[in-house]
Design a protein around this ligand. Structure first.
Ligand SMILES: Nc1ncnc2c1ncn2[C@@H]1O[C@H](COP(=O)(O)OP(=O)(O)OP(=O)(O)O)[C@@H](O)[C@H]1O
Length: 277
């Protein structure tokens, strides 16, 4: 599988020149309640450029809530996020995307009746230019833009290994490949940070190992990865650092080895996983 010719993921010039000491993402004291439930309680975390950062925790720990705040789908009650040295506006998904944050969803959100290729075209539209009017009028420039956009979309499908499905309706793909398609669609937006919400959910061990390989490649191509998953072996194997949430609070942060040894983590998460909860 060769890398996309035209547009492998790459960090923004600003991120690239940022001193290694300045985190790419700084979340500070985030709090969020849903009615009476505290979903996030003064959660702070730094994510550095070029790392695969894992966020784990038992069900209901607040992981998706953090994702939703980060990507503008939900507003924090207090606290804030600085990304690439700029304060992220709240509740503005398009602004987060424009700043270079792309995400996938815990519950896959594809356009099931559209083709696999069309789903990626939608992800890349911000970069691929052209106008709907131009296309309708059959203008030469618009046609050329469209052809290039198709080529790039196909390259992203190749990158994640599902180009053979390009013309199929997205909903007809095996589950694991739908998750790959979500990643291709997110990558087509050329993110600085790729946030993956349970990408290994529903995958068998072989698919999960292949996903790990893909995520390493994405990092090697310059994209920082935030990974939330319940597949503990995958997270431990892949991540440079991990934060552990429990009932909205961060109970540990560090390397996989340090986190695995942490008694609070064993109690709150790994212990419960071993007990089958
Ligand atoms: N829209 C909502 N309305 C009410 N409660 C919510 C809402 N979204 C999340 N919650 C609650 O907030 C808490 C945190 O949920 P969240 O989905 O962030 O956890 P999570 O760590 O992603 O869990 P899981 O691993 O099960 O996906 C949970 O108690 C959940 O029930």
């Amino acid at each position: 599988m060769s890398a996309p010719r035209t547009s492998p993921p790459s960090p923004s010039p600003c991120a690239a020149t940022a001193a290694a000491r300045v985190p790419l993402l700084q979340a500070r004291e985030l709090c969020k309640r849903h009615g009476g439930i505290v979903a996030l309680d003064t959660f702070s975390v730094d994510i550095h450029e070029g790392e695969i950062f894992g966020l784990i925790g038992p069900n209901g720990a607040g992981k998706s809530t953090f994702f939703d705040i980060l990507t503008g789908f939900c507003a924090a009650d207090s606290g804030g996020i600085v990304f690439d040295r700029v304060v992220l506006p709240t509740l503005q998904a398009h602004r987060s995307a424009a700043r270079g944050i792309a995400r996938t969803f815990q519950n896959i959100r594809l356009f099931g009746e559209l083709s696999v290729l069309e789903n990626v075209l939608i992800g890349g539209h911000r970069h691929d230019g052209g106008s709907v009017l131009g296309t309708l009028l059959g203008l030469g420039g618009a046609r050329e833009n469209e052809r290039l956009a198709h080529e790039r979309a196909l390259e992203w499908l190749r990158y994640v290994g599902i180009e053979h499905y390009a013309e199929r309706p997205a909903a007809t793909l095996p589950y694991g490949d739908q998750r790959r398609l979500e990643i291709a669609r997110a990558l087509a937006a050329r993110p600085v940070l790729l946030a993956l919400d349970e990408p290994a959910a529903g995958m068998n061990a072989t698919e999960s190992a292949a996903l790990g390989k893909l995520l390493r490649r994405i990092r090697a191509d310059g994209v920082t990865v935030l990974l939330v998953d319940h597949d503990v072996p995958l997270v431990m194997d892949l991540c440079d650092r991990i934060a552990v949430l429990d009932a909205g609070r961060k109970i540990a942060e560090g390397t996989p080895a340090a986190v695995q040894r942490n008694p609070a983590v064993i109690d709150a998460y790994l212990g419960s996983a071993e007990n089958g909860h």
